[in-house]
Design a protein around this ligand. Sequence first.
Ligand code: HSE
Length: 392
Amino acid sequence: MSKKLRIGLFGYGVVGHGLYDVLHKTKGLNTEIVRIAVKHREKKRDLPAEIFTFDKNEILNDDSLDVVVELIDNADEAFDIVSTALKKGKAVVSANKKMIAEHLQELYDLQQLHNVPFLYEASACGSIPIIRNLEEYYDNDLLDSLEGICNGTTNYILTKTSEENLSYEEALKQAQQLGFAESNPTLDVKGFDAKYKLTILTLHTFGLIIKPENIFNFGIQNLSVADSTYAREKGFKIKLIAHTYRTDDKVVSYVIPKFIKPHDLFYDVRNEFNAVQLGAAFSDKQFFLGKGAGSYPTGSAVLSDIAALSYNYRYEYKKVKQNGAVPFSNDHDLNLYIRYSSENILDELKVHDISQRFISNNTKYVIGKVKLSNLIKVKLNDHIDVFVAKID
Ligand code: HSE
């Protein structure tokens, strides 16, 4: 039997609003949003004023509420709310990937210490039910790899610029208007958002808790006409891909643009859609596709967590508890296309095994190998005249 849940909601923005709507359109759920904590008093809202509060403690101290759903933008405030709620023994649902990724260890410890569930399906790849699948279906050691398009905004920009010739700025503006982009879109375009999601997915794929700063991310902010032309001439599309996989002796995780060939399933993933491809020893490749951003798709993932709580579901983190986990490492070579203007960057990156070199008046690129640890060291996202993409 499902139990009745009384919910205190934090945030009534794009996702909070989406959750409210999908919850009220879903029949048979024994749940009620009793209170909504919001920040701005002056904002006009489409619900009766009595449901809103501007004081977080009206939810956190209310013993009649069993579930806190945290859907605010600010990661620090979100951690404060979520950790307080867990300490008070409330079940918590969150979609805040930055907050979760930055506090994975503490949030894991709080769940164990207070014996409370904390669910966050909506934090990675929006509507795709990937975390619960990794937890429940792939709960053994047979997974070898996870690759994903985990950011809707960048996939939207890449689709609109390549298929409709929209400018980068116009495509980003549309993604913002549609509610896909972060309030600070740098997090999207430089690959941070995808990295936060990858940090969470690496935990549920391989049982490893890794600090986001140890995972390399590079985005699409420096993509130039020369890079798009190179891709088009070779028949590739460029996609921002989050990777985590196991080699013989380690697990590696990173976010980087990649040249995708036409037969690859990621090739046709368009607009704000996300996709995840798992590689496993016996089932081989499996592919999940779904909307990764937006009010209702994300709201539906939050709703699914709430429904799971009504049946007392919680993550067991069996992979974390298994002994003999393979260690995480950045001592790993990637084969990269590197478009650059100053030769210094090739020295700093210690590019080796160069297989191609192109120099014209306007463009210079090489294809060669670089260690992940060197990519992290040179802070590639801070360079405005370099673009790198993985090439198989
Ligand atoms: N900014 C995020 C994206 C929102 O574009 O994917 C969903 O996490």
